[in-house]
Design a protein around this ligand. Structure first.
Ligand code: F6R
Length: 359
C-alpha cells in the first residue's frame, strides 16, 4: 500500500535500501556463501559468452551487468535490446548462455527471443521480480529480485535489484573459476555500504526536489552525460526523466557530445553530468566546461572522493563497480520531482503500460 506516499514511484525509490538488504539475506548464508544453485553456476561457467537480452530499464541494467560479468567473472558479455535481437540475431559464439532481465517476466519482445533460444537448445536464465512469470517458466533457470511488487510504471527498485543480483551471480561465477578479483570482492560488505549510501540519498531528497524546480522546472529538453558505467546510468536516468516528466532527454557519452550533439546546447539547456570514475572524471569535467561555455545549466553528480564545492549532488562512496546503485537514485528523484512539480500522475505516465505484452 502507498500509505503516506502520494505516489508509488517515491515509495519504491525509498524502498531500495531495504531491497539491497533483502538480497544480501536471500543470496548469502551466515558464512558468506552464495546461495545460487551449483547447477546454474556450472551451466553459466560452461559458456564462452553471455548474451543479456532485455528491454527499456532492464536493458540498462544489462549494460551495467556487462561490466560486472566481464570484470568480476571474466566472461565476455554482450547486451541486446530484445526487439532487435528477436529478428536480427548476431552471429553467436560457440557456447552462448542467455540472460533475460525482466521485472515483470512477461515482456513479449524478450519472450520472443527466449522462444527462439529454446528452439536452438541454448541454456538460459531469467532474472525477474515475478516468480512463475512466463519468462521464468520458460527459461532453464530463474533468479528472483525479491524487490516486492513494483506498481509505478517507471521502474526503479527493479533496476537496482537487477544490478545487485548480477553482481552476486558474477561473484559466484568468478569464485568458481578461482578468480582473485571475485574472491576478494567483499560483496556483502559492499552491498551494506550501498544500502547505507542509498539511504543517505533518499534522506536528502529535499535537495533534489529543489534542484528539479530550479533546473528542470520548465525546460523542454535535457541531457545526461557520463562515461563508462556513468554513461550506462545516464541512459537510465534519461529514460526515467523522459517517461514521467515528458522532458525530451538524451543520455550521452560525454566524449561523444562534441561530435555533433553539442549543437543542441543553448542558453539554459539542462545538462546533468554523472562523475564516479577517477579514470575519466577529468575528461567529463572538461566536457562540462564545454557545455557551460555554451550556456548550459549544469547539475553535476559526483562521487564523494571526486567531488568539488561546485557539485550539486555528492554521492556516498561505494565500490567502483556498484556506483550505478547510488548514482541512479539521484536520477530517479530528479525525474520524480520534475513530474510531480508539473502536476502529472507520476505513477501512470501517458501512453505507457507496466508490462508490455505485445511486440
Ligand atoms: C521504464 C520501464 C520499461 C521496462 C521495460 C521492460 O521505467 O519500466 O522500460 O523496463 O518495459 O520491462 P520488464 O523489465 O518487465 O521486461
Amino acid at each position: 500500500e502507498k500509505g503516506a506516499y502520494e505516489f508509488y514511484m517515491l515509495k519504491e525509490i525509498d524502498e531500495q535500501p531495504a531491497v539491497m538488504r533483502t538480497l544480501e539475506q536471500k543470496y548469502f548464508d551466515e558464512a558468506g556463501n552464495i546461495l545460487i544453485d551449483q547447477d546454474l553456476r556450472d551451466a553459466i561457467n560452461a559458456a564462452d559468452r553471455l548474451y543479456i537480452v532485455a528491454a527499456g530499464t532492464s536493458y540498462h541494467a544489462g549494460l551495467v551487468g556487462k561490466e560486472l560479468f566481464e570484470k568480476i567473472a571474466g566472461v565476455p558479455t554482450e547486451v541486446h535490446v530484445a526487439s532487435e535481437f528477436a529478428y536480427n540475431m548476431p552471429l553467436l559464439s560457440a557456447k552462448p548462455f542467455f540472460i533475460f532481465l525482466t521485472q515483470s517476466g512477461e515482456t513479449a519482445d524478450s519472450r520472443e527471443v527466449l522462444v527462439n533460444v529454446n528452439k536452438l537448445g541454448y541454456p538460459s536464465l531469467t532474472i525477474t521480480n515475478v516468480p512463475n512469470s512466463t519468462l521464468s517458466r520458460e527459461a532453464s533457470y530463474t533468479l528472483l529480485l525479491h524487490a516486492g511488487p513494483e506498481i509505478a510504471v517507471a521502474s526503479t527498485k527493479a533496476y537496482t535489484g537487477q544490478i545487485a543480483v548480477e553482481a552476486i551471480l558474477a561473484k559466484a561465477m568468478g569464485q568458481d573459476k578461482d578468480l582473485e578479483v571475485a574472491k576478494n570482492f567483499d560483496l556483502t560488505g559492499e552491498l551494506t555500504k550501498v544500502a547505507n549510501g542509498m539511504q543517505a540519498l533518499v534522506d536528502e531528497k529535499g535537495q533534489v526536489e529543489k534542484l528539479a524546480a530550479d533546473v528542470l522546472g520548465t525546460t523542454r529538453n535535457a541531457f545526461y552525460i557520463g562515461r563508462g558505467i556513468d554513461y550506462d546510468v545516464a541512459l537510465e536516468a534519461a529514460l526515467k526523466l523522459k517517461e514521467v516528466s515528458y522532458v525530451q532527454t538524451e543520455g550521452f557519452a560525454s566524449g561523444e557530445l562534441k561530435h555533433g550533439t553539442i549543437a543542441l546546447i543553448e542558453k539554459g539547456t539542462p545538462v546533468i553530468a554523472i562523475i564516479t570514475d577517477p579514470k575519466t572524471a577529468a575528461h567529463t569535467r572538461s566536457n562540462v566546461q564545454e557545455v557551460v561555455a555554451r550556456g548550459a545549466n549544469v547539475i553535476s553528480i559526483a562521487a564523494e572522493g571526486l567531488a568539488t564545492d561546485k557539485d550539486q549532488i555528492v554521492l556516498p562512496e561505494v565500490h567502483p563497480l556498484l556506483t550505478p546503485l547510488v548514482s541512479v537514485v539521484s536520477g530517479q528523484l530528479l525525474a520524480y520531482y520534475t513530474s510531480k512539480q508539473r502536476g502529472y500522475d507520476v505513477d501512470k505516465p501517458r501512453n505507457l503500460a507496466k508490462s508490455v505484452t505485445v511486440e
